[in-house]
Design a protein. Sequence first.
Length: 256
Amino acid sequence: MSHSVRLTVAALAATTISIAAAAEVETSAKAEALIAMHDLATSVSIGHYYLKQETLLAVRSQLARIGREEGLGAQWNPANAYWRQAEEALLEEVTAQVERDFASLQWLRPLWVNLSRREFSDQELDALIAHFRSEVGRKQIQIVDHTVSTHVMMALSFSGKLKDVPGLDEERSRMQRLWNDEDNAMRFSIQDAANAEGQRFALSPLGKKYFATAVLKLTGIVNRRIDDLAAQLPASAQTSLERVRPLVNEFKSGRV
């Protein structure tokens, strides 16, 4: 192969790679635009409630263990001021980790983009974006978001994971308020003649595909993340114990 031919082949290969890369960036941008139309605040509040519940249980378990191992006696209990300070300090540290690793949803965006790119072609993404920008489309986005939050809630409640743990009143109220508000906001009359386009989309192959992908697969991703983080909480609480060692020592010295 002559030098000029090699240069031509190399140039063509570079052009092909450049075109493919540009197309990939464009598809990702479309997926990002579609994702930006959703609001998963209710799903986040449900996950946050459960993860704080598990954080409290893990923190209290570790503090009780310290009491047993170091012979702190019956006075070392949740009603004691030193225990409460230690619990608050541990809760603050572990909750910051939960906020970063779950509630921010930064972890979800690349997974959701990849899911959308796998499931939908460029033409389908264009059609979805155009539809969801319409009035009825915005309502259907709300339906999808509410269905996701309902599935997240069902997965936790039907498995018996949600418990009545003291210290979660604020999170429980927020979760219930967001869910009720979302439930009210997404409702509309399917008999309305103006909703013909909405019904047409919901019954179309693309509409069915989007609802199945956004609800079932997205819910699966969210629930797996919640389960994975919950499983890590006992170890996180134990790792943070040194932060409250001075409080434990103060309690011990006060008993001497």
